[in-house]
Design a protein around this ligand. Sequence first.
Ligand code: SAM
Length: 275
Amino acid sequence: MEVDRLQNTHFLLKHIWKSNFSAPIEQLLDSCVNGKGACVLDIGCGPGTWVLEMASEYPDAEFIGIDISPVYPSEIKPPKATFYEHNVLRRLPTIPDNTVDYVHMRSMMAAFTEIEWTEIVLPELIRVLKPGGWIELCELDMQFCNPGPSGQRLSDAAIAFFAANDINGLIAAKLSSFLSETHQLRKIKQEERCSPCGEWGGKVGQLVAKDNIDAYIGLKTYLSDFMGATHEEYDKILKSFADEMNNYRTSHKSYRIYAQKFWPNTTTTTTSTTP
Ligand SMILES: C[S@@+](CC[C@H](N)C(=O)[O-])C[C@H]1O[C@@H](n2cnc3c(N)ncnc32)[C@H](O)[C@@H]1O
């Protein structure tokens, strides 16, 4: 069920952002020098949907998807797409310094504590990046915009539940500062998109609503306990969340943050845009 949900989320995010990435890497992905294209990593690749699409669109580049859990395809894949099983918290020992052109990481908010983000994961992704290479992060906020009472109750409970496990459900808005604080990146840019959640937003709104409801169904065992609710009570809250979205015109925010690794002796710039 989670793999299906991740695939739906991939196509939704692609539709909302009108692309699979925001960093200015189009030329890099099309480049090929002495038969060798760009090297791209997707960390926490899940079922590999992003890698498979990107490797088909940019056949010269080499794509490597890495996940702690081997839910990615093992056989049917484009020639330059490979996957391997690995826990990124153990760093990336097989990948030398300064060898990757582009690192992509999406929807990993619940995978790391804040300390792990700042002390292990981001430094490691920057270590493997070539000077001039790009890093891109994409995350969804756990808090809804304009939630009704049930939506607020669910997201408050989820944020508190994750916080009790040292995970920050609102980390997306902090990522550009984390990148800036590494002092190894320039041209740091944060972009945001608000997508409607509920029928009021047409077909996309319906799919965003389904995506969120499926995520909360997936969390039921943990969250109902945490909220002191029976499974039946939890289902009622979820139903009322679905019913109230249109009245409140609930929406959901996603972020893309990208930056380029310094060449020695260059300086940092940060910009933010909300179209
Ligand atoms: C919410 S999914 C996102 C999947 C994919 N990035 C996408 O956007 O469809 C999070 C993924 O991170 C993986 N993951 C969690 N912790 C990890 C770790 N420490 N190292 C590598 N992968 C990890 C999970 O197995 C899961 O596939």
